[in-house]
Design a protein around this ligand. Structure first.
Ligand SMILES: Cc1cc2nc3c(=O)[nH]c(=O)nc-3n(C[C@H](O)[C@H](O)[C@H](O)COP(=O)(O)OP(=O)(O)OC[C@H]3O[C@@H](n4cnc5c(N)ncnc54)[C@H](O)[C@@H]3O)c2cc1C
Length: 427
């Protein structure tokens, strides 16, 4: 397996950052070993989490004033990718926890909060961060509801005011860490009589795993990322109070438009998966894979050409991705946002291309389930379909941002598909 210094220019990395990367270099081989059973049984990588918690990773994005490590978004991206190099499912679920911490930290720093919002938010953070820092709590982030692009319509899961708080009702599809976290960060829309659901009424509550009315349902037997245990959640009259609030009303909805990089954080896991496909291929061609006969396949020019192509693709996507994450900030410019979307697209498409090329290059034996590449290949397929930035959506956003000025976009005739006039029609 490659070392992080093989692909990052570490000269500008802070010592604290390097120390966490070094810790992962120690823990990673254990993650990779467990990834086999995690995948086979579609079970949660509990031991990996115990080790991540022991070494402080749950506090990575928590502000220092609350006892956290206050890593930047770019630093986190490299940590997530390093975990993903060893176990994709651990990295993807780790992101759900880390993102929840990020929202509490970065959205609080937004300059456009009202004084009232900031004061309320300060109290919410003071209640939530200690759960992680002092109690080692793990947060998940089930937003998706299935069949709906939650970025455009208000979230269907709803809450209504009752005495002393709210009750939440709804359904969450693909709740990674289901049954394996302490709190579900439940994003929902507050409903008011006589008013249609609105984005500005979006609420975010930390719902404790043992809350009455919360249940986990459904099978979990997916193609890839099986260790995420992303089962479904049903919320039936789940009671929450002010103490459970994670953000003031409406703040969650602003992340996409005002702090868009925070929603691109599923990519680190897949950047790591791409690196692992490449690393596997190099070891395989060198005849250096443990448990395999030491056959030297580097002698084939066709295979060397393919691995060169993999390296080129991997390096290209990492350059764009690291630039996008290290320049991440609130209220980015159009150029920065377009780079971010392009980076998301590059990673989620690139990872599956690299994994497919790895299978083709290594050949028949690499498909066997005794080797990790076929799991890496399956895991690699999951990234492009993850909301809010599926690659289809990235293509759509970039298709508009490249040819229109921002002021023109809302009025642009997007339904006009000129080629349809010559489409076949029945008599
Ligand atoms: C392993 C795994 C773990 C996951 N973990 C979580 C989690 O922890 N939390 C969570 O919230 N979600 C999670 N998800 C869900 C994920 O983020 C997506 O919500 C889900 O995969 C989308 O499901 P769908 O394809 O059924 O999309 P649907 O529910 O059918 O709806 C959205 C579809 O519409 C498409 N679409 C919308 N707008 C446009 C447009 N303008 N142009 C083109 N296409 C458009 C989208 O690309 C998408 O295919 C996870 C998914 C997987 C595979």
């Amino acid at each position: 397996m490659s070392h992080y210094s093989d692909y990052y220019d570490t000269a500008s990395f802070r010592p604290e950052h390097l120390a966490m990367l070094d810790t992962l270099a120690q823990l990673g081989p254990g993650f990779a070993e467990r990834a086999v059973a995690v995948d086979q049984t579609a079970s949660f990588p509990t031991q990996n989490y115990t080790e991540l918690a022991e070494h402080g990773f749950l506090r990575l994005m928590v502000p220092k004033e609350f006892g956290g490590m206050e890593f930047s978004l770019g630093e986190y991206a490299t940590i997530g990718a390093e975990i993903g190099k060893y176990c994709g499912a651990t990295a993807l679920t780790f992101n759900m926890h880390t993102s929840s911490m990020m929202w509490l930290r970065f959205m609080f720093e937004m300059p456009n909060l009202t004084t009232e919002e900031r004061n309320a938010f300060a109290q919410m953070r003071a209640r939530q961060f200690p759960k992680v820092v002092e109690e080692g709590a793990i947060f998940s982030q089930p937003i998706s509801e299935g069949g709906v692009n939650w970025t455009s319509e208000p979230i269907k899961t709803n809450c209504r005011r009752v005495d002393g708080g709210w009750v939440i009702n709804g359904f969450k599809k693909f709740a990674s860490l289901a049954g394996h976290c302490d709190y579900y960060s439940i994003v929902c829309t507050e409903h008011f009589d006589g008013i249609p659901p609105r984005h500005e009424d979006t609420m975010d509550f930390a719902v404790h795993k043992d809350s009455p009315g919360l249940s986990i349902i459904g099978e979990w037997d997916p193609l890839g990322m099986r260790g995420t245990v992303s089962r479904d959640l049903v919320l039936k009259d789940v009671f929450v109070s002010e103490d459970d609030l994670m953000m003031p009303a409406g703040v969650f909805g602003k992340t996409l438009s005002q702090w868009p990089s925070m929603m691109a954080t599923l990519t680190p896991a897949y950047m790591g998966v791409a690196q692992s496909a490449y690393d596997f291929t190099v070891s395989y061609l060198r005849g250096a894979l443990p448990g395999m006969p030491p056959v030297d396949r580097r002698v084939y020019p066709t295979k060397r050409a393919a691995v060169a192509r993999m390296y080129q693709r991997l390096t290209e996507m990492r350059s764009l991705w690291t630039q996008a994450f290290f320049e991440a900030k609130p209220f980015p410019s159009k150029a920065e946002v377009m780079r971010l979307y392009a980076a998301q697209y590059a990673v989620m498409e690139g990872v599956q291309e690299i994994a497919a090329l790895a299978i083709r290059t290594c050949g028949g034996q690499s498909m066997l389930k005794t080797l990790p590449l076929e799991r890496i290949y399956r895991d690699s397929r999951c990234g492009a379909l993850m909301l809010p930035y599926t690659t289809e959506i990235m293509e759509d956003y970039l298709s508009m941002m490249t040819v229109y000025d921002m002021e023109e976009i809302d009025a642009a005739p997007t339904d006009t598909v000129s080629a349809r006039v010559s489409m076949w029609r029945p008599e």
